[in-house]
Design a protein. Structure first.
Length: 120
């Protein structure tokens, strides 16, 4: 079972559009902080803060290469979030399947021809 603190960090990190864009970019391959900052028009310091949130959540791994910081995806925590989401997806699918069965049964009763003694 995934700890709530882990999920809190993952969902907090994913709550920002810039950080989601960073993850999408890193899905194409590793990048430096400068390469990640450029399309957003933010400072290296600003992007470093975003990357730190992603790193703290386990979604990004960084390492120093010379004078730059190289970033790449870290998938372990994203897998935790997907597992949590899948659990609730199955729960809602079962509930919706039950609702569909109930509504189908009700429609069948409404469409049934009237029987003697039953008001029409």
């Amino acid at each position: 079972m995934v700890h709530h603190e882990v999920l809190d960090g993952v969902f907090r990190a994913l709550s920002d559009a810039t950080r989601r864009d960073v993850l999408a970019r890193l899905g194409e391959g590793p990048a430096t902080i400068g390469q990640l900052a450029e399309p957003h028009g933010i400072t290296l310091t600003g992007m470093t803060k975003h990357v730190r949130v992603l790193e703290d959540a386990g979604l990004v791994v960084t390492r120093k290469v010379g004078r730059t910081r190289q970033c790449r995806l870290g998938t372990e925590r994203l897998d935790d979030a997907l597992s949590w989401i899948a659990t609730y997806q199955r729960l809602w699918e079962r509930r919706l399947d039950g609702l569909d069965a109930y509504l189908t049964l009700q429609r069948g009763r409404d469409d049934a021809p009237p029987t003697e003694g039953r008001p029409t």
